[in-house]
Design a protein around this ligand. Structure first.
Ligand SMILES: Cc1cc2nc3c(=O)[nH]c(=O)nc-3n(C[C@H](O)[C@H](O)[C@H](O)COP(=O)(O)OP(=O)(O)OC[C@H]3O[C@@H](n4cnc5c(N)ncnc54)[C@H](O)[C@@H]3O)c2cc1C
Length: 511
């Protein structure tokens, strides 16, 4: 397998207009991390790879963006020209289990188009307005990572414009790292860029968005997936798709955290049995909402799903189950698991076809981050404008989940912080969030998150599971702690080889 690939010259075209109207720029100055102080040199909306290349050639610094749903400040400009991918919206006819989609296609739209063909793209993050390019750039992963893995597993091809304006067409399986761990990228000038892959070992967790991917004999395409815009601008991607599964969503009320973990563990085992063809309880995702999160919700959140507010101390699980033709048998197995874990109340079910019911149950889970964000915004307005969302994105091997939860609670409680914890429990990936009452809580909360990061790393997990690193000082620090100075220097060497002038997404991943 070759480790060398030749870039091609971008077709000549003129630079699309770089808009500088302050009112227009204003709407691109922040992403979902809501970090203040965004500033843009302009915004531009290229429609193809040639225009992307022309923008890069004409600009000193370029920040590619998708839907700006980044929770790390990675899509917040710091003086760059913002390259919006929103006009890169082509979608091919799905064929032979794959589809080609422009970087600017929102996943919700992609799922709609695929749905009309009875198809589905599995690795969708919870926010389905994210764009294809943004999800590839951050190796996004959602609730169903447990069954389907992360975005990386579903990308079969990429078109990437490099910092020198040339184009790489990558197909998975075509270019692999040499035995001594390097790639050669032949530029259009004939020069060859040698890219040495980093030597750190990535933690063996099911989802990771923590700097550049590396593995012996790795595929070149994997270097770009998860590179957060720092190595090239993704113009379109070849994505694998599957027949649309018939999904039942179930809301389960547990009387404690311990019971929720027991149910999760039992459901995971049942799912793995089903995947071996020996059972029917095919669970693809389990989401967890802890008692403190429930306490933040208004009564109306429960009224919408027609349940009473759960008693204090209760926890919730929102479970996705893929049903075959034999619904009844599968649901009987689900009840067996719940009985075995002594869950007293019946689950609320939204069966396949009941899209409104399923949406309502998923919205109940989604109302938790919304409630936390509202409290952060209120504290910001009433107490200190510097108050920010202070949240972790931590993952541990599933067997260490109970231990990790004890660590998160202890780290918050001994500092006297209010908090809530929820997330993708089937992957061991949870989001501990501070409910700040002062600017000091934000600082103390960051200290707690650093302690948690060290704890999960010692458990074989990682502090950067799915949201990436971006321009967040805290997350850049966590990346440094995860891979050490040497790891960061090896990443910088990759960046220098492909983008010697530091044109693309400068300041993302490392300062
Ligand atoms: C409510 C909510 C829920 C979320 N849930 C999840 C979740 O379940 N799982 C998860 O993984 N994430 C989640 N996220 C985070 C976010 O949605 C993901 O990181 C998503 O992949 C970002 O996509 P985007 O199109 O918004 O990219 P942006 O936020 O615009 O950009 C993110 C990064 O990718 C780079 N980038 C964007 N497009 C390109 C491109 N075409 N080429 C090169 N680089 C590019 C940017 O420079 C930036 O560094 C959530 C966010 C919110 C607000």
């Amino acid at each position: 397998m070759p480790h060398r690939v030749a870039a091609r010259r971008a077709p000549r075209t003129s630079v699309p207009p770089i808009e500088r109207d302050p009112d227009l720029l204003q709407s691109f100055l922040s992403d979902a991390a809501h970090v203040p102080g965004g500033i843009a040199a302009g915004v531009v909306f290229p429609t193809d790879a040639a225009e992307v290349a022309a923008v890069i050639a004409a600009s000193a610094r370029v920040l590619p963006i998708g839907a700006q749903s980044s929770l790390t400040g990675g899509a917040t400009p710091r003086g760059d020209v913002v390259l919006s991918t929103r006009r890169l919206t082509g979608i091919s006819e799905p064929r032979d289990g794959s589809v080609r989609a422009g970087a600017g296609v929102p996943l919700s739209h992609l799922q709609g188009v695929l749905g009309a063909h009875g198809l589905y793209y599995p690795p969708a993050p919870t926010f389905d307005g994210a764009f294809v390019g943004g999800t590839v750039a951050t190796n996004a992963a959602g609730a169903a990572t447990f069954k389907y893995g992360t975005t990386r597993h579903w990308v079969s091809g990429l078109t990437v414009v490099l910092a020198d304006g040339s184009i790489l067409d990558l197909q998975r399986g075509d270019v692999r790292a040499s035995d001594d761990g390097h790639f050669e990228i032949q530029r259009v000038t004939g020069d060859v860029a040698t890219v040495r892959i980093p030597t750190y070992t990535m933690p063996p967790v099911p989802k990771l968005s923590a700097g550049y991917y590396t593995a012996p004999g790795m595929d070149l395409i994997d270097l770009f997936i998860g590179s957060e815009g720092t190595l090239g601008v993704i113009v379109d991607a070849g994505l694998r798709v599957i027949p649309r599964p018939a999904v039942c969503v179930a809301l389960m009320q547990c009387d404690s955290e311990m019971q929720a973990l027991a149910v999760t563990s039992a459901l995971r085992s049942a799912a793995m049995t089903a995947w071996r063809g020996e059972g029917a309880l095919d669970v693809s995702a389990i989401e967890y909402v802890d008692a403190k999160s429930i306490a933040l919700l208004d009564d109306s959140a429960f009224e919408r799903v027609r349940i009473a507010r759960p008693p204090a101390g209760s926890t919730l699980l929102v479970v996705q189950i893929e049903l075959g033709a034999e619904h009844e048998g599968t649901l009987a197995l689900l009840h067996e698991v719940l009985d075995g874990c002594r869950v007293a109340s019946d689950p609320i079910l939204a069966l396949p076809g009941d899209d409104r019911g399923a949406t309502r149950l998923i919205e109940l889970r989604e109302s938790v981050p919304a409630a936390v964000n509202a409290r952060v915004a209120a504290a910001k307005a009433a107490i200190d404008p510097e108050i920010q969302k202070t949240a972790g994105d931590l993952i541990v091997p599933f067997e260490r989940l109970g231990e990790s939860l004890a660590l998160y609670r202890h780290a918050f409680e001994r500092r006297g912080l209010e908090y809530a914890i929820w997330g993708h429990v089937s992957d061991g990936n949870l989001h501990p969030n501070v409910i700040p009452k002062s600017l000091e809580d934000v600082e103390t909360g960051r200290e707690a998150l650093r302690e948690m990061a060290r704890g999960v790393t010692a458990m074989g997990g990682a502090p950067l599971a799915e949201h990436g690193v971006g321009r967040s000082a805290l997350k850049q620090f966590l990346l440094l702690e995860l891979y050490g100075e040497r790891g960061i220097e090896e990443m910088r060497a990759v960046k220098r080889a492909l983008d010697p002038e530091g044109k693309l997404a400068a300041g993302v991943l490392f300062p």
